[in-house]
Design a protein. Structure first.
Length: 279
């Protein structure tokens, strides 16, 4: 059985009064990977599940949990996976796919058995997952890193040269409402996006990784006129509600995985906020 860390919705008026500890309690995912376990967080913001799977000494099977009220995990859900560790594999209803570093996978609604494993316990796979409710069954798709759809953005003068790799996205595969990808910042670039934006029709989860031990990301959230920030270390995540901005700057370059779910799967559905209007 899997026990989920459940986080409830937060109204923006309430968040105005949160101190640092309360912000971290409600929106931070501080521990993403635990040896031979699934470490999952369930957010009531669009009912997304985000977390990590770290198989070292044994394979890990996607379990049944009473928190979902279904017969099996993906009975009414879809899932996106990106491997941020060593070589591993995923078995989907008996079919096995090799998963090297930065390989991804979309697993559709209705899949009954999903098994995660590593090929080398000294350099185990680290499977980061996002899962959202689904109304339609779409085929499972293995997404090697070379098949992710790249978009090159940014300007050295703005310190934000980056490549966005779209994995679970209409350009790569079909999904119900989950959209997922990875953004890699170039050396010397530290802003993941500015001017910032919201998307009222979708929430988002950020997972920051590929960071040095002393690197920190300052993740900005809150309403545009009531901004807040969280200080994020390597392999930590942030739940970002639809009403919140999401933008970040770090002490060095880094990589992050973004996952969204909600009303649509339109990647460019963003409401930009002029920097001069931020407070």
């Amino acid at each position: 059985m899997l026990k989920l860390d459940i986080r409830y919705n937060n109204h923006p008026e309430d968040v105005k009064s949160y101190d640092t500890d309360k912000l971290r309690e409600r929106f931070m995912i501080e521990k993403m990977f635990v040896k031979d376990q699934m470490q999952f967080t369930y957010s009531h913001h669009d009912r997304i599940i985000a977390g990590g799977i770290l198989p070292v000494d044994k394979k890990i099977v996607l379990p049944v949990t009473k928190d979902l009220g279904t017969e099996f995990f993906l009975e009414r859900r879809e899932m996106g996976v990106i491997n941020v560790g060593g070589k591993g594999f995923i078995s989907v209803d008996g079919k096995t796919y090799d998963m090297v570093e930065r390989d991804g996978m979309y697993i559709g609604k209705g899949v009954k058995e999903v098994v995660f494993g590593s090929l080398d316990k000294n350099n185990p796979a680290k499977f980061y997952i996002n899962s959202s409710p689904a109304h339609q069954a779409y085929p499972t798709v293995h997404i090697p890193f070379k098949n992710a759809n790249p978009k090159h953005l940014g300007d050295p003068k703005a310190l934000n040269v980056r490549t966005i790799y779209q994995y679970v996205h209409p350009a790569v595969c079909q999904s119900c409402q989950l959209v997922m990808g990875m953004t890699v910042l170039e050396e010397g670039s530290v802003w993941n996006t500015m001017p910032c934006h919201t998307h009222e029709r979708r929430m988002e989860v950020y997972f920051y990784f590929d960071m040095k031990e002393d690197t920190r990301v300052f993740h900005f959230m809150g309403e545009p006129q009531e901004t807040r920030h969280l200080v994020v270390a390597n392999e930590q995540g942030v739940i970002s509600p639809s009403w919140s901005i999401h933008s970040g700057v770090a002490t060095s370059n880094y990589t992050f995985i973004w996952g969204m779910c909600g009303e649509n799967i339109t990647f460019d559905d963003m409401d930009f906020v002029d920097t001069k209007d931020l407070k």
